[in-house]
Design a protein around this ligand. Structure first.
Ligand code: H79
Length: 560
């Protein structure tokens, strides 16, 4: 089936529920009386538990008597979510469906019921799409390799192909006994045994069973860490999977979905109360939509099968916001502006722009720099009293807001434009001291690079092909000294290349004392012509260790 057709509902849907549920849920982060640091679903590894003991101890504790598939599906629906993806099997190998291929499944617990069957029915009854998460890594299966370091079960070098056979047979159960499955969300693909070839075979297998299915990029190798995009040509998978992070400029030309927890764990953990606020989550949804991505937001049900009340409250808040403002999210496209605007975010639907105003000025304006179109109409969604009026300003459009914000977290202004949005690129100019500062926040980035707000730098430079670019434009020509401000960790030196127009400069960046330890290094001299935009680009010339450097800025200072 053609990709555009297959992806249609997913691209429109924008917002889904991730569910992590398994033997780790009743354990709630505790093993042998101790609460272990780390994510709840990683309990076996966090506690270095013996896999056989883990299995034998926890199977009998799984009895989610409050589990109600209809209730779960309704909560997702009321939150405005369009799909649900649940862990059929996580890294600990426990199967949440009644599998004929193992006794390490829900049928062997006191609960017995096929949770996957009940949930798939309930989710579809709500008109939502159903997806399976499935871990390739399996810490307890006797044929999975490599073993955890403390696992002394003998390893047979030929066992891994048998493991894949088992996994394929299990996938067949999951893809033939539960009706139409819309997403297959692989994970745990990063250990040495999983290869591009296994990825291809598995992708082919899954699609032969459900031709319309959408498969994530973790079916294959090389997803460039938690940044989550496919980093080699011919990599399988329909969409990129940034985990716990929102890519700086989205992933132009790729479908992608950020998966995220509401606190710090995927599987339920008693001791984790570090909840993001509803405001943060609603703004994240806007941020992701403005960059053209989907949001897969996690719930880790308690061992009794109930959702934590903190999760339910946040989902209610998001649903209430979406019931009013949903048309600014569902089916929209990425913002036509090259980077986030200081007051909020923008999405687009045809010739309509939706302005997600985070900080509503009591009596004030927000700017749309570079917007060329005539504005046909401006209105504030969900308010009879608040008003938005539009005026042209030098090189763009200024929107004046009056009245109180219709929503305290994000208020939405709908602008109908004449024609498709046309935005002039924005150029960085010189400050009053004549210096041109290309700062991390203004960079256009590709690859794995993420803007980090803590030290206002570009970090996660793990992919050497990543680039950061800025466009500058100066009224008069001149000679400039180029410098970079960066930090790094000990033993981690690298060479940076800064290209200014057609001129390539480079400098060695010596190792620093830590990611918070910034220094400035001169890169060289360059001549800038007058009145034409010039591109400034930074990239790594050396292969990064843990990461290349954290880059805070590239500065051009007038040279005498
Ligand atoms: O199911 C949830 C987590 O349990 C699971 N994925 C989400 C959806 C997860 N597994 N591991 N992690 C999250 C973090 C692991 C990160 C690392 Fe790696 C694994 C660091 C090095 C190996 C992945 C591969 C990131 C970089 C390379």
């Amino acid at each position: 089936m053609d990709k555009t057709q297959r992806m249609q509902w997913w691209r429109h849907g924008r917002f889904g529920m991730f569910i992590h549920f398994g033997l780790y849920s009743p354990a709630a982060g505790t093993w042998q009386g101790k609460d272990w640091p780390g994510a709840g679903e990683w309990l076996l590894t966090n506690a270095k538990a013996d896999p056989v003991e883990y299995r034998n101890t926890l199977l009998s504790t799984f009895n989610p008597v409050k589990f109600n598939a209809v209730e779960w599906a309704q909560i997702a629906k009321d939150a405005g979510m369009q799909y649900v993806v649940i862990t059929t099997k996580h890294h600990d190998g426990f199967c949440l469906w009644q599998s004929e291929l193992t006794d390490y499944d829900v049928a062997s617990t006191p609960f017995k019921r096929d949770i996957m069957k009940e949930l798939a029915q309930a989710v579809r009854a709500e008109g939502l799409h159903m997806g399976w998460y499935h871990s390739i890594m399996d810490w307890t299966h006797p044929d999975y390799l490599p073993r955890r370091e403390w696992d002394s079960r003998p390893a047979d070098p030929l066992s891994f192909p048998r493991y894949v056979q088992y996994m394929h047979a299990q996938l067949k159960e999951l893809l033939t006994k539960y009706g139409r499955i819309d997403v297959l969300w692989f994970d745990g693909e990063w250990e040495s045994t999983w290869t591009h070839d296994w990825g291809k075979r598995t992708d082919d297998w899954v699609r032969s069973l459900q031709p319309q299915i959408i498969v994530n990029n973790r079916v294959d190798t090389g997803r460039a860490g938690l940044a989550g995009f496919a980093s080699h040509d011919g990599a399988r998978g329909d969409f990129g999977t940034p985990e716990q992070t929102i890519p700086n400029n989205g992933m132009p030309g790729q479908d992608w979905e950020t998966c995220m927890t509401m606190n710090d764990t995927w599987g339920f953990k008693d001791s984790d109360s570090n909840w993001k606020s509803s405001r943060t989550l609603i703004r994240m949804l806007c941020d992701i939509a403005s960059k053209g991505g989907n949001f897969l937001l996690n719930v880790g049900p308690r061992g009794d099968g109930s959702f934590p009340p903190e999760s339910v409250q946040r989902l209610k808040d998001m649903g209430a916001w979406l019931r009013v403002n949903g048309k600014s999210i569902y089916g929209t496209q990425a913002s036509p502006f090259p980077r986030p605007l200081p007051w909020g975010r923008v999405t687009r639907a045809g010739s309509t722009l939706y302005l997600h105003v985070f900080d509503w000025p009591a009596q004030g304006t927000i700017d749309l720099p570079g917007l060329h179109n005539r504005v046909v109409s401006a209105s504030v969604i969900g308010s009879d009293s608040a008003r938005a009026t539009v005026a042209r300003m030098e090189g763009g459009v200024r929107v004046s807001l009056a009245g109180s914000a219709p929503h305290s977290d994000v208020s939405v202004v709908e602008l109908v434009l004449e024609g498709e949005p046309h935005v002039e690129p924005q150029h960085i100019g010189a400050g009053s001291d004549g210096r041109v500062t290309c700062s991390a926040a203004d960079a256009h980035t590709t690859g794995s690079i993420q803007y980090e707000t803590r030290f206002h730098n570009l970090g996660f430079w793990t992919d050497p092909t990543s680039t950061a670019t800025w466009s500058i434009k100066l009224p008069t020509a001149g000679r400039y000294a180029v410098s970079v401000e960066y930090s790094s960790i000990p033993h981690c030196a690298g060479e940076i290349q800064v290209t200014v127009g057609a001129q390539k400069l480079s400098a060695v960046l010596p190792a620093r004392g830590g990611w918070e330890d910034f220094a400035t290094v001169q890169v060289g001299l360059t001549d800038i012509p007058a009145a034409v935009p010039v591109l400034v680009e930074a990239r790594a010339l050396t292969k990064p260790g843990e990461a290349f450097v954290n880059l805070r800025s590239v500065t051009l200072a007038p040279a005498k």
